[in-house]
Design a protein around this ligand. Structure first.
Ligand code: PGA
Length: 261
């Protein structure tokens, strides 16, 4: 079962997620990070950048793989995930850009971009810690409802709900690309440790489905129940629909100090 940690706010969540990432880098300076985009991981990246600076940590060997990318947006479009990852993570944390990978959403070569990306992840030896957000429709990465648990990186069609949710990053909802290339659910499940963050009431139902609902392709987030090492970090609002929330609080409050994450 996932370890569920309920925190007071996004800053506290960012502290905890950054702690998990920093601990991984401390143990393995060439750690491979799975990087999420969207609003959810921003407090984690801010905290990570701050800690790296304060502790003068060497992150030059850290490698990274983004979860997903839009198909057909120019690489230098400000909302391409390549641009977002550069702006939100690579520059502030001081990662080596040549070691940070984003699926290639260019139309030319899109038919083999997924397999190429899987090859790059395998060459890196796999992802150590995968950060995840969750969509209001239950997606992780851009694996929309119906995605196979056996899926690898491939092109998907974004749901109308996701395009509506992401319209805030664009001038108009019609500007949100229709297609994306995303790590598959099986790709995500291969990572060593999943850290899923969720904030706000809008995520409550999706989070409850992921953590406690039936394991079903109709609810892609529920794939996390198949992974042996998952940390879910949620604020009170996102945790509000969890049936067993009192148990999660109790377990975390009594967590043995040797247990770690
Ligand atoms: P958000 O998106 O962080 O912008 O809410 C999460 C997701 O779609 O995975």
């Amino acid at each position: 079962m996932a370890e569920v940690v309920v925190v007071s706010d996004q800053e506290a969540a960012g502290d905890l997620a950054a702690h998990i990432i920093l601990d991984t880098i401390r143990r393995r300076p060439e750690a491979v990070l799975g990087l999420a985009t969207g609003s959810t991981p921003l407090s984690t990246y801010r905290r990570l950048a701050q800690q790296v600076k304060e502790r003068s940590l060497d992150v030059s060997h850290v490698r990274g793989f983004a979860l997903d990318e839009y198909v057909g947006l120019p690489h230098d479009h400000p909302e391409s995930y390549r641009s977002v990852i550069t702006r939100d993570v690579v520059v502030p944390v001081g990662l080596n850009p040549s070691q940070i990978h984003v699926p290639d959403g260019a139309l030319a070569g899109i038919e083999h971009a997924g397999a190429d990306y899987e090859g790059s992840i395998a060459d890196a030896g796999g992802i150590d810690v995968q950060l995840l957000g969750i969509g209001t429709d239950g997606h992780i990465g851009f694996n929309e409802p119906g995605s196979s648990f056996a899926s690898l990186t491939r092109v998907k069609t974004l749901s109308e709900q996701t395009r509506r949710d992401n319209a805030r990053f664009f001038d108009d909802q019609d500007d949100v690309p229709m297609h994306c290339i995303t790590q598959g659910l099986a790709t995500i499940l291969r990572a060593g440790h999943l850290v899923l963050l969720a904030f706000g009431e809008g995520k409550a139902e999706a989070l409850a489905g992921a953590v406690e609902g039936p394991v079903s392709a109709s609810n892609p987030g529920s794939a996390i129940q198949l992974h042996p090492r998952v940390t879910v970090i949620a604020d009170e609002a996102a945790a509000s629909a969890l049936r067993h929330v009192e148990y999660y609080r109790y377990a975390y409050a009594h967590k043995p100090s040797w247990q770690g994450f």
